[in-house]
Design a protein around this ligand. Structure first.
Ligand code: AHR
Length: 660
C-alpha cells in the first residue's frame, strides 16, 4: 500500500519539516531511491557476524577490564627506559619507611621478588607503610565493598597492619586491621567498605604498621565489585558495555600480544592458569607488564559471562621480531602446547588438561569451534607461515576434526593447506581509505574460504574516533552484512583503552594505540560513536539480506576521489519477518530518500527508528562528555511499501518494521 500523500506532495512536506536549510527543490524522480526485492534472498547472514577481539594493549585488561585495582601488585613491573625490574615501581613509602625489592625467601618461584618495607622508625604515633595509586587512580564510590588481600611476613611476630583507602586529602575513607603476621608467608584477606562519599578516583591504597621492623609483602591486591560477583573477576561497567554489544564471540588473546616481541614474551598459556600467585606474569609487546591475573580460564569465563563463543588464537612459532621456528622438530613443542591448550578449553575431566581446568574451578568443558593459528602472518618476514600453518592444521585436525581452523594469511599464501577460514584485517588510515573498502567482499569468489574480519577500524580523530570515523565504520558494516555469506565474523579493534594518560612517548602512557571502541579511566567509561554504530548494527542484525538496488545515489569528493555519500543494507528476520533498513548519510546536508519494497503484501505503518547523528562530524565522546554522540530511538509512522524519509546530515539510521 502506498502512502496517502503523493510523492511530490510528501517531498514538500518532509523538506518543509526538515530543519536543515536548502534541501534543494530536487525533482521527486531524482531523489535517491532504494528498491528492495523483498521476495528474494541475496544471502544468509552469519549468526556470529558481530563479536569482540581483545588483547592486552592500552591497559585493556590490567588497568581496564580486569578488576584488579592496584598497579604492579606482584612487584615484577619494570621501570626506566631499559625496562629493568630494580625498583618497586608504582609503590611509594609512607611515614619515612624505606622500600626495596628483595629476592630472599620469595613467596614462590613465580613471584620471586617481594616488596621489603623497612619500618624501623614506626611507632604508635608514627605509622610507616606503603601506598599504591592504582592505574591512574583508584576508584572509590559510596557504600561499596572492596576486597583487599596480600601475602605478608615480618621479622617481628604479630604487628597489626592497617589496610586503608585514603582520599586526596589523606583522610581515611575506609580501613581494616589485620594481625598475626609472622616470619613465614601468610595470606590476609579483608573487606573495606565505604560509607557516604562523592565518587572519585584520586585515592590511595595504603598498608601501614606501627611496629618497628621489616615487613615483606607479595601479591597485594584490591578488587571492587565485579561482574556476576566473580572472584578475580571483571569490572562491571565495562562488562555491561560489552554485553550491550550482544557479541557472539571473543577472539583472544591477540593480536600482537599473542605473539610477543620475542618468544619469551608470547602468551604462554600454561603460565596463565592455576592460582594467580603461581603465575609469573610477563612483559607484553605493548611495553608493560602483565600479571596474567586474567589468564586463559578468565578469558573463557568472560566468554561464559557474556554468552560469547571463544575464538582461541594459538601461538604459532613466530614472534614480532621475526624469531620463528618452522622445521617439524622445532615446531613440535609449540604444536603440542596448542593441542594441550585446546584440551584445557574443551576436554572433559578425563583428559589431562581438562582435569587441570576442573582443578582450577571449572569442571564443564567450554564449547570450542574456532581456533586461529598465529596472528597477522601477512607480516611474517620469515616466509614460514605456509609450513607452520600446515603443520598446526594437520595436528589439530587429526585430533579435533570438528574444529574450524583460521589462517591469518590469505588462502593463496598457504598453498599447502587450504584454511577453513581466513582472518583479514582492515585498518583504514583516514576515512577516505575506508570508503575504498566498502565493496571488498562484493566480488569475493563464493568458493574461496570464508572470512573473519578479525580486526578493523576507521582511523579518524585522536585519541578516540570521531563521528566521521563512525560514519565510515557504518558504511563498511553495510558491506560486511551484505556479504555475510562470505564474511562470517567481524570484530572492531582495539576494543578497550584506558584514556587516563594519552600521548607522549613515556612508558607511562596509558594508551599505545589510538582509535579504540571504548574508553575509560579508573572511575568511569564511555562508548565512542564507533561503539554505538557497532551496537546499532549488532542489535538489529537480520537473518537474511534482501537484494536492493540504488538509483540517483548522491556522491561526494574526498581526497580527490568521488564516492557515494549514501550507504545501505536491507535485511530481514526469519521469525517475525521484521525488515531492517540500515542507512548511512555521510553528506553534510539532510538527504531525502525514497524506499520501494516489492514482493510483499504489506508492511506495518509504524516502526522503530534508531538514529546516531551529529551536526559536527568531528564530534567525539570522552570522559568529560560521554554522551555527546549517542543514538536515540523513536517509534515512527508513515511506513509503507513505498515511503520517503529525510536522513539527517551525518547520520546512521536503522529502521525496523514488520512485513507480511
Ligand atoms: O589492534 C592493534 C594491533 O594491530 C594488533 O595487535 C595487531 O594484530 C594489529 O597489527
Amino acid at each position: 500500500m502506498k502512502n496517502s500523500l503523493s510523492l511530490p506532495a510528501m517531498m514538500l512536506a518532509v523538506l518543509a519539516a526538515c530543519a536543515a536549510p536548502a534541501a534543494t527543490a530536487e525533482n521527486a524522480t531524482d531523489i535517491p531511491t532504494i528498491s528492495v526485492a523483498a521476495d528474494q534472498v541475496k544471502a544468509r547472514i552469519s549468526p556470529i557476524l558481530y563479536g569482540l577481539m581483545t588483547e592486552e594493549i592500552n591497559y585493556a585488561l590490567e588497568g581496564g577490564l580486569y578488576g584488579e585495582l592496584l598497579r604492579n601488585r606482584s612487584f615484577k613491573g619494570e621501570g626506566g627506559f631499559t625496562y629493568v625490574n630494580e625498583d618497586p615501581v608504582y609503590w611509594s613509602a609512607l611515614g619515612g619507611g624505606i622500600i626495596s625489592l628483595d629476592s630472599q625467601q620469595p613467596l614462590n618461584n613465580a613471584l620471586n621478588q617481594s616488596l621489603l618495607l623497612d619500618a624501623a622508625s614506626a611507632s604508635d604515633s608514627h605509622p610507616v607503610g606503603v601506598a599504591n595509586a592504582g592505574y591512574w587512580g583508584i576508584p572509590a564510590t559510596a557504600h561499596t565493598s572492596y576486597t583487599a588481600s596480600f601475602y605478608a611476613r615480618s621479622d617481628k611476630v604479630g604487628g597489626p597492619i592497617m589496610v586503608a583507602l585514603t582520599n586526596s586529602t589523606g583522610a581515611v575513607i575506609t580501613s581494616a586491621t589485620v594481625t598475626g603476621v609472622s616470619d613465614t608467608w601468610k595470606k590476609f584477606d579483608v573487606k573495606l567498605t565505604t560509607g557516604a562519599l562523592t565518587a572519585s578516583k584520586d585515592n590511595l591504597f595504603t598498608l601501614t604498621t606501627t611496629q618497628p621492623g621489616k615487613l615483606w609483602l607479595q601479591q597485594v591486591s584490591l578488587f571492587g565489585p565485579t561482574y556476576n560477583d566473580r572472584a578475580n573477576g571483571n569490572r562491571r561497567d565495562l562488562m555491561k558495555m560489552l554485553a550491550d554489544l550482544k557479541p557472539a564471540f571473543l577472539r583472544f588473546p591477540g593480536g600482537n600480544y599473542l605473539e610477543g616481541e620475542t618468544f619469551g614474551q608470547r602468551f604462554d598459556w600454561k603460565k596463565t592458569v592455576g592460582a594467580t600467585e603461581t603465575r609469573p606474569g610477563h612483559r607484553s609487546p605493548w611495553n608493560y607488564w602483565s600479571s596474567d591475573g586474567l589468564g586463559l580460564l578468565e578469558y573463557l569465563q568472560w566468554c561464559e559471562d557474556l554468552k560469547m563463543e571463544p575464538v582461541l588464537a594459538v601461538f604459532a612459532g613466530y614472534a614480532l621480531n621475526g624469531e620463528h621456528v618452522s622445521s617439524p622438530e622445532e615446531l613440535a613443542p609449540y604444536i603440542q602446547d596448542a593441542l594441550d591448550e585446546i584440551e584445557y578449553v574443551s576436554g572433559d575431566v578425563t583428559t589431562k588438561w581438562g582435569a587441570e581446568r576442573a582443578k582450577d574451578g571449572h569442571a564443564a568443558p567450554f564449547a570450542l569451534r574456532y581456533v586461529e593459528v598465529g596472528n597477522e602472518d601477512t607480516f611474517d618476514r620469515s616466509g614460514s607461515y605456509d609450513k607452520r600453518f600446515s603443520a598446526f592444521y594437520k595436528a589439530i585436525k587429526d585430533k579435533y576434526p570438528q574444529l574450524q581452523l583460521i589462517s591469518t594469511m590469505s588462502a593463496d599464501s598457504t598453498p599447502s593447506q587450504r584454511p577453513d577460514m581466513v582472518d583479514e584485517h582492515t585498518y583504514a588510515w583516514g576515512e577516505a581509505q575506508m570508503y575504498d573498502h566498502i565493496n571488498d567482499y562484493d566480488n569475493r569468489p563464493r568458493t574461496a574460504p570464508k572470512v573473519f574480519v578479525g580486526e578493523w577500524a576507521t582511523h579518524d580523530g585522536w585519541p578516540m574516533p570521531t563521528m566521521k570515523a563512525a560514519l565510515a565504520d557504518a558504511a563498511y558494516l553495510t558491506g560486511l552484512e551484505r556479504n555475510s555469506d562470505v564474511v562470517l565474523m567481524s570484530a572492531y579493534a582495539p576494543l578497550l583503552a584506558n584514556v587516563s594518560q594519552v600521548g607522549g612517548k613515556s612508558r607511562d602512557t596509558s594508551m599505545q594505540w589510538a582509535i579504540n571502541l571504548i574508553g575509560y579511566d579508573a572511575l568511569t567509561s564511555f562508548g565512542t560513536p564507533s561503539y554505538y554504530v557497532q551496537k546499532m548494527f549488532s542489535e538489529t542484525k537480520g537473518d537474511v539480506v534482501l537484494p536492493s538496488t540504488g538509483a540517483n545515489i548522491p556522491q561526494w569528493t574526498i581526497n580527490d576521489k568521488t564516492v557515494p555519500s549514501l550507504y545501505w543494507v536491507v535485511t530481514r528476520k526469519d521469525d517475525n519477518r521484521h525488515i531492517q533498513i540500515k542507512l548511512v548519510n555521510r553528506a553534510a546536508k539532510p538527504q531525502p530518500l525514497h524506499v520501494v519494497l516489492s514482493g510483499l503484501k504489506s508492511v506495518a505503518s509504524k516502526g522503530t527508528l534508531t538514529e546516531l547523528r551529529t551536526d559536527d562530524p568531528d564530534a567525539v565522546n570522552s570522559i568529560d562528555a560521554p554522551n555527546r554522540v549517542v543514538p536515540r530511538t523513536e517509534t515512527i509512522s508513515g511506513l509503507s511499501r513505498d515511503f520517503t524519509r529525510v536522513l539527517p546530515a551525518y547520520s546512521v539510521t536503522v529502521i525496523d518494521f514488520a512485513s507480511h
